[in-house]
Design a protein around this ligand. Structure first.
Ligand code: ADE
Length: 234
């Protein structure tokens, strides 16, 4: 699988792949990355990529031409592109999206800056628009990296231990149970003794109870949604 990032700031993004799990997976060619700078496609003398908004107001909008040409270039080079625009007005990105998109051949993330990208480019080329949360960032680079990370760890062979995909938060309707490691006692706080006794069915039952507590406290709506889903199933 390949991820291509269309961004004015490739250096900002490259660093994320230079360490840890994603670096190891890249080195092992579990996936590939590429960067395209829309400035390289600007036909304007000063390589300008933005302009004032027609509707007025503060802030600049990314001009359609450089983005349009960058995307045309990619479509000419590759088949089966899946083009994603990160934007605060997109649909919320979820774990299900991460798993689904891990099956694609080539995902392209388009990072906007300033007040965003001319809507005509998004309409012409966007396969999906995603938001990573209800807050505004200075550009699409971080959301692109967030989504890429979430997708990449679902690609075969990216995580060392594939078991770790099964029991995580969002794999069912519950948040993942807390984890502990040695020492058992630390600054007056103890890890649950049940975790240490090695009775797997008891540990599993305890983890479900702790997951339910966490979910009730931090994300109660997930429990209500699951209860409704079960009711509809009946
Ligand atoms: N660009 C700026 N803020 C964003 C957000 N919250 N999600 C996706 N893209 C964005």
């Amino acid at each position: 699988m390949t991820f291509t990032f269309v961004t004015l700031f490739p250096n900002l993004m490259q660093g994320y792949f230079q360490d840890s799990i994603l670096k190891r997976a890249l080195d092992a060619e579990r996936f590939h990355i590429a960067f395209v700078d829309p400035r390289d496609f600007s036909r304007c003398k000063h390589k300008k990529v933005d302009d004032t908004a027609f509707s007025g107001g503060a802030g600049m909008v990314m001009s359609p031409q450089p983005m349009y040409d960058a995307l045309e270039h990619l479509h000419q080079q590759y088949d089966n592109l899946h083009v994603i625009f990160p934007t605060p007005v997109g649909k919320p990105f979820t774990q299900n999206d991460a798993k689904r998109l891990a099956q694609k051949e080539h995902v392209v993330f388009i990072s906007g800056r300033y007040e965003g990208i001319d809507e005509r480019v998004i309409e012409q080329y966007g396969d999906e628009l995603f938001s990573i949360g209800d807050y505004i960032l200075t550009g699409g680079e971080l959301p692109s990296l967030v989504m890429c990370d979430a997708i990449a760890r679902n690609i075969d062979g990216v995580l060392g231990n594939s078991d770790s995909l099964d029991v995580e938060s969002f794999e069912n309707h519950l948040l993942e149970a807390p984890s502990f490691t040695k020492p058992q006692h630390f600054r007056g706080l103890s890890a649950p003794s049940e975790y240490l006794k090695g009775n797997h069915s008891k540990i599993a039952a305890l983890k479900i109870g702790l997951s339910e507590c966490k979910t009730k406290f931090f994300r109660p709506k997930r429990l209500i949604t699951e209860q409704k889903r079960k009711l509809y199933e009946k």
